[in-house]
Design a protein around this ligand. Sequence first.
Ligand SMILES: [Fe+2]
Length: 281
Amino acid sequence: MPYSAPSSQIRSGVAASVPRKSLESLLREVWSPTQRARSPYSHLHRPGFGQGAGARLAELDGDHFAHTTDPDCPTGAIRSRGYRERVAPTPLHRALTELGPDLRPLPPRAEGLLRELDAPPRLAAHLRAVHDVAHQLLDRLDRDHGDLAADREAVLFGAASHDIGKTIHRQELSGPGSAHEEAGHRILLDHGVEERLARFARTHASWTEPGITIEDLLVSLADKIWKAKRLPDLEQRAVAYLTEASGKAPWQVFRDLDDLLTDIAADADHRLAFQSSYPIS
Ligand SMILES: [Fe+2]
């Protein structure tokens, strides 16, 4: 939709010698995958851009706009006055940035990977929900068990990336399947993610396996309680670990964890509505 706005409202822009074309294709051309991964606005700050005539992209009041003063533009009227056109943020961008039910943003490294892999918007929304719940778990456990020696960065990254294999096995977004687990682990390793952070892609549904850590249990718990699903076996394993780590009575640890999970589950409807508002593809 054509849109006009005062130049003074444009905060930043880039220039490139391109004829008028679809703004979506323009954005794809100007943004390399690496730039898109780093930030949707990083291209606006590249040195050397913004000089001379050409197409300009600008962020205006949080939206994307394109503006051309390209002298080769075949449409004189457009060339003489320029044009600005609103470019709707992609569903993936919205899923990663919208506040939704007060969901925290993902760790930048996880968000960058999802952009680079052009993740399904619903997957990004799901990872936002699980990551936020992992945050809540860690904060309350820190308060209740100050001596809990959990790797906070690993839990948060794991929650934010555990289903990344569904960027390949997209049918598992809406149906059963576990092919995404090993695939996700491989994707993360191939992108240089350390095993300490990548392991959750293959462990998040395998909490009965040998060698499972408290970090694995917390990611698995977050992946269930975000939608208010309670699994006694998984919770008992977490209670056993927390009892041993804290020295508190098992009944006390069980009661505190049950209170915590009940509190988090109370907001499940908001998270479910947020996730289901984004398309699978
Ligand atoms: Fe999940």
